[in-house]
Design a protein around this ligand. Structure first.
Ligand code: KIV
Length: 267
């Protein structure tokens, strides 16, 4: 019988030294493919605002959009643990709103956990959501929703003071009840130190090989989004060319009358 991946499995993987594989996903067909490959965690990331909707950054993403994409992923009935991102302004302004929106991603979206950005400043929010028995994945370092404070997508924690703050953030998140934390865009050595100090798993993106798991944006590994090409991305396929070749072949065949044939027609 197929066994659903739970937050307990993810935490056990850290204890056993098994690396955790995480990818973003925003739709039904991709969720089916990814799940059949055996991905551990599917993240319905607010990166969808950039790679699917074409925005400049993740700030315009709404709760309704996150719910729409989370539901689409859930229709694939994935075995993987599905974590849904809380978009900008869905949790920062007050605890009650944060709790309601986290609940909506579980109740209306069907996700098993939520992710939110922030460290010690979000500890109270993480505690409030986990008190509702909703598992929270935290996210520190280069947090895309903080683009204006950071002055762009820059590596965080290079200076000692910043690194100490990130360590304090990681400890505060763990104490607040987060079940895992994404470490994005921080020096490899700092990620290694944080991973060693925390009992909960660290999921790295641009944080080196010593994290307990890795996450990347699906469109980046498939070569489907040329907008940003961060150093930490590894491209595993050139799906843009595959799509171009298919679309070009279709256009050519429609123009020449080669498609459709008898085989594609009804009598
Ligand atoms: O939104 C997203 O895809 C993310 C990952 C990059 C961690 O937050």
């Amino acid at each position: 019988m197929r066994k659903q991946v739970t937050i307990l499995d993810i935490q056990k993987m850290k204890a056993e030294g098994t690396k955790i594989s995480v990818l973003t996903c925003y739709d039904y067909p991709t969720a089916r493919i990814m799940d059949s490959c055996g991905i551990d965690v599917i993240l319905v990331g607010d990166s969808l605002g950039v790679v699917v909707a074409g925005h400049e950054n993740t700030l315009p993403v709404t709760m309704e959009e996150m719910l729409y994409h989370t539901r689409a992923v859930m229709r694939a009935n994935p075995r993987a643990l599905v974590v849904a991102d809380m978009p900008f302004l869905s949790y920062q302004t007050d605890l009650s709103l944060a709790r309601t929106n986290a609940g909506r991603l579980i109740k209306d979206g069907g996700a098993a956990a939520v992710k939110l950005e922030g460290g010690a400043n979000m500890a109270e929010t993480i505690r409030a959501i986990t008190m509702m028995d909703i598992p929270v994945m935290a996210h520190i370092g280069l947090t895309p929703q903080s683009i204006h404070r950071m002055g762009g997508y820059r590596v965080q924690g290079k200076k000692e003071e910043q690194a100490d703050q990130l360590m304090a953030d990681a400890l505060a998140i763990e104490a607040a009840g987060a079940f895992a934390v994404v470490l994005e865009g921080i020096p490899q050595k700092l990620a290694q130190r944080i991973t060693g100090r925390l009992a909960i798993p660290t999921i790295g993106i641009g944080a080196g090989p010593d994290c307990d798991g890795q996450v990347l944006v699906l469109h980046d590994i498939l070569g489907l989004c040329e907008k940003y090409s961060p150093k930490f991305v590894k491209r595993y396929a050139d799906v843009s060319s595959v799509i171009s070749d298919a679309v070009n072949a279709y256009i050519t065949e429609v123009k020449s009358g080669e498609f459709p044939t008898e085989a594609h027609s009804f009598n």
